[in-house]
Design a protein around this ligand. Structure first.
Ligand SMILES: Nc1nc2c(ncn2[C@@H]2O[C@H](COP(=O)(O)OP(=O)(O)OP(=O)(O)O)[C@@H](O)[C@H]2O)c(=O)[nH]1
Length: 311
């Protein structure tokens, strides 16, 4: 990064949020130690591969934050008035993310050897604490979002098998502990190969989304609709007896049967039917066991003509 050939003015420091409310004698001290510099577009300021020795204040331009690699999606922009590198500047560990100039950017930077100067202003320390709290909250939100995304099937928006394993371990323990039943439905779209062959794979994708949308609307908040494989779904029904689960299965089956055609982004398409296997959890049943029993019932539903509920 190039040092810029001009002097830092008080006016520059007053544009930075981190320095809001900091008294003038302290700003004058900082004015002497902050260096003006210029980053070219795409220039990398911070990388997890190298120690960072500076706190950066952005006067003009914009920086981008990337988590895993510079090729990955930008997760946050750092605009004029913001600062960058404050965490690695404070804890003297390598940065946890990449920070790169999105466009030519004018900055002020402070070297770690002057870190003591920051402690002269209680207001600055309070601003810094507030900023670090914001960063913690933001990274908590990113963790929650990525956790949620990791549990969701990208085509249909239903849960995936990873979620099923997690939720089964929780719900099976809870239901067994409270002496409540738990049931599972296993669904498979009927003659789906033929549907794909006749209407195209994209039409098949829309039909899978229709299944998830139609079934999802009829389930309770505590139920989990999971895409188990290509055109196979599992529905976990906590606190539900096998009799009630059969009724739910029948209601779901019938609701899809009634949709003769539906509007999709590629035009009108025919509906699909499903075959369903039902299984009740037995004491200490593993998920694999329970799925196997539901799968056997599903096999019987297919063998006896499809578009029916067995088990
Ligand atoms: N469009 C689409 N098709 C998929 C997807 N995943 C799996 N399939 C298709 O689903 C079809 C499943 O076919 P089969 O297992 O032979 O079963 P089926 O034709 O539904 O017959 P039955 O189950 O016996 O009623 C295959 O052709 C797969 O390619 C997907 O995400 N999108």
């Amino acid at each position: 990064m190039k040092l810029a050939p001009w002097r830092v003015e008080l006016g520059h420091l007053k544009r930075i949020r981190l320095l809001d409310g900091v008294d003038e004698p302290c700003l004058r001290l900082l004015q002497e130690v902050f260096e003006p510099c210029q980053a070219d577009a795409h220039e990398v300021l911070l990388t997890p591969l190298e120690h960072n020795h500076h706190l950066y204040l952005v006067l003009n331009g914009q920086l981008g934050v990337h988590l895993d690699s510079l090729d990955g999606q930008q997760v946050r922009a750092i605009e004029a008035g913001d600062c960058a590198g404050e965490i690695s500047f404070m804890d003297n560990l390598p940065p946890s993310a990449y920070v790169v100039a999105v466009e030519p950017t004018t900055l002020l930077r402070l070297h770690r050897r002057s870190i003591q100067l920051l402690t002269r202003s209680p207001q600055l320390m309070q601003n810094l604490a507030q900023l670090l709290c914001q960063r913690v909250r933001l990274s908590d939100r990113l963790i929650i979002n990525s956790e949620q995304n990791a549990n969701v099937d990208t085509l249909t928006g239903s849960f995936n098998r990873r979620w099923l394993e997690h939720i089964y371990s929780r719900e099976s323990t809870r239901c067994a502990f409270n002496d409540k039943p738990l049931s599972v439905l296993m669904l498979d779209v009927d003659n789906f190969k033929e549907y794909n062959d006749k209407h195209g794979h994209l039409a098949g994708d829309h039909a899978l989304c229709l299944v998830v949308d139609t079934l999802g609307r009829q389930l309770r908040a505590a139920d989990s609709l999971v895409r188990y494989g290509g055109e196979e779904f599992v529905i976990l029904l906590p606190e539900m007896s096998i009799e009630d689960a059969r009724n739910v299965g029948e209601r779901l089956r019938s609701s899809l049967e009634q949709i003769r055609s539906f509007q999709s982004p590629i035009g009108m398409l025919p509906g699909v039917t499903v075959s369903i296997g039902v299984a009740p959890m037995q004491p200490a049943d593993s998920l694999e066991n329970l799925i196997q029993i539901a799968d056997n019932a599903l096999y019987r539903a297919k063998a006896s003509g499809r578009n029916r509920v067995c088990g």
